[in-house]
Design a protein around this ligand. Structure first.
Ligand SMILES: NC(=O)CCC(=O)C(=O)O
Length: 257
């Protein structure tokens, strides 16, 4: 979706409109990063979501109404102490099954001046399938993604506001994360512009072999794909990187920061 800058109510209407179009026909819906406010970081003191309550209530009622799981992008969550860039994953019953706050803040877009980084992981289970949620810049940290895959993640969900000028990084990094972890990657990036950036769109669904199953263009759009979760184990059996890893040696060579 495109995101109206600093206008949560308008953005909620956009989500409702898309839900009405597609949510009855799919198992999981994925939204982009900071989809309520966009990067209107200077105004977060006024427009961020108190404890994420508004987003949780909104996403839960949509999940129940459409009987669909929602990887709810992320929202600016405000508490007494801090504001975080926080993802909520809500299952079909409307229960929040995971809350993950962006671990790596992106200085080029001033996140470190307005937000606090998270401290927890983005691992969860939907319909018995283990997934992991990460936020935008997080995809540049393969060790963070690998940690989730070693904890069982077979589908990596990425939510983003990734600018058009680095579209080739977006596509290449997502492809690499899918191939090196032999997992599905389902990545939702916003479209449109804000006062500082033009965004790339190009949401992608990639299989564990690195094939692109669906890709958007630069416009607001919905992409859909069927995924066969058995494909993860098939690819891992064909090239068994997880049993070929040598963590005993990696540990000896590891540099302590
Ligand atoms: N919103 C973000 O984290 C953007 C990350 C980004 O653009 C990058 O190049 O990394």
């Amino acid at each position: 979706m495109d995101i109206a800058f600093g206008e949560p109510e308008k953005n909620k209407q956009t989500v409702v409109r898309y839900m009405e179009q597609i949510a009855r026909n799919v198992d999981v819906v994925v939204l982009p990063e900071l989809w309520t406010t966009g990067y209107d970081l200077a105004r977060l003191g006024d427009i961020a979501d108190e404890n994420g309550e508004d987003a949780k209530t909104f996403l839960s009622s949509l999940a129940r109404a459409y009987n669909v799981h929602i990887v709810g992008g992320s929202v600016a969550k405000k508490t007494e102490r801090q504001i975080t860039n926080t993802m909520y994953i809500v299952d079909r019953n409307g229960d929040v099954v995971c809350e993950y706050s962006k671990l790596h803040l992106f200085k080029l877009m001033d996140e470190h001046k307005h937000l606090q980084a998270g401290e927890t992981t983005g691992i969860f289970s939907l319909d018995g399938v283990t997934g992991a949620g990460v936020i935008c810049y997080d995809i540049r940290f393969p060790e963070w993604i690998r940690a989730h895959v070693l904890h069982g993640a077979e589908v990596l969900f990425v939510v983003a506001e990734w600018p058009l000028v680095r579209l080739h990084h977006w596509r290449t990094l997502l492809m690499a994360r899918a191939i090196e972890n032999q997992c599905y990657v389902v990545a939702c990036n916003r479209a449109g512009k804000d006062p500082n950036n033009e965004f790339a769109g190009h949401s992608l669904i990639i299989d564990p072999w690195g094939n692109i199953l669906a890709e958007g263009d630069e416009q607001e759009t919905v992409i859909v794909a069927n995924i066969d979760i058995n494909e993860v184990q098939d690819v891992r059996a064909r090239i068994p990187i997880f049993s070929d890893r040598r963590p005993d040696v990696y540990k000896k060579f590891q540099k302590n920061d």
